[in-house]
Design a protein around this ligand. Sequence first.
Ligand code: SF4
Length: 283
Amino acid sequence: MEKIVVASGKGGVGKSMLASSLALLFSKNKKIVACDCDVDAPNLGLWLGVTDYDERKKISTSEKARVVDQKSLDDEVLEVCRFGAIKKVNGKYTINPLLCEGCGTCKILYPEAIEIKPVRNGELRVKWTKYGFPLVSGQLFPGETGSGKIVEQLRKKAEEFEYDIMILDSAAGIGCPVIASIRGCDYVVLVTEPTPSGFSDLKRILEVITHFNLPYGVVINKWDINPHFSDRIRKWAGDKFLGEISYDKKVIDSIVNLNPVIFSDSKAVDEIKKVYEILRERA
Ligand code: SF4
């Protein structure tokens, strides 16, 4: 069993497009499970033509504080919360649930006055796709925290399926959900675009990948929007360079029509297949 995670420091560079394509290509010969770890903005399903799910379950991976006894509090509590969640309004102490991180500090100092309770902060979704493999996805609810822990839950769910290769679509950036996505994976496909911000964010996520000592390769998406910059990234990547994918409006048409890119006549298809072939040989 192998876990391949598709990641990028920057958002919007084509991670989900490539992850969905790799899942479909690998599924021709291997048992696949696809896991959308971008719980803030999940869209792997759309790239696979999925609009509804067989299973939806609300989950709880975070906690919030609330005041249960006003009399046990004093004004010093207003200094306790480093997230500024505790306020006094019209003589009453209140905790803003949108600011509370559930750290529990206020509860330690005022055990009688404050209660910490789990909150349903997200949803776990499963779909058996028409392409013959399961997709596990999730969504962090607006204003909630705990995305990294939701990713943990999704990965646990994905492990329930029998698979040869798990394809994980990571969130952008280098934060909690990204770390939860790449931890324990066998290989990282880093996607970037030929822009200064794309390149800068690629280097940032590489620091995380290096910390976990994971093997990786680099793909430049939309390489032809700036061939000169692509050349720079290609040289920088050296033997880690996996391939490049052209910009093509037909790729956008694919997601608009919920038709996976690899079934389109986009010029990007052959380039994606080349990346897949390299990954297949090393899998
Ligand atoms: S649990 Fe932590 S974050 Fe929430 S109100 Fe108390 S101190 Fe602030």
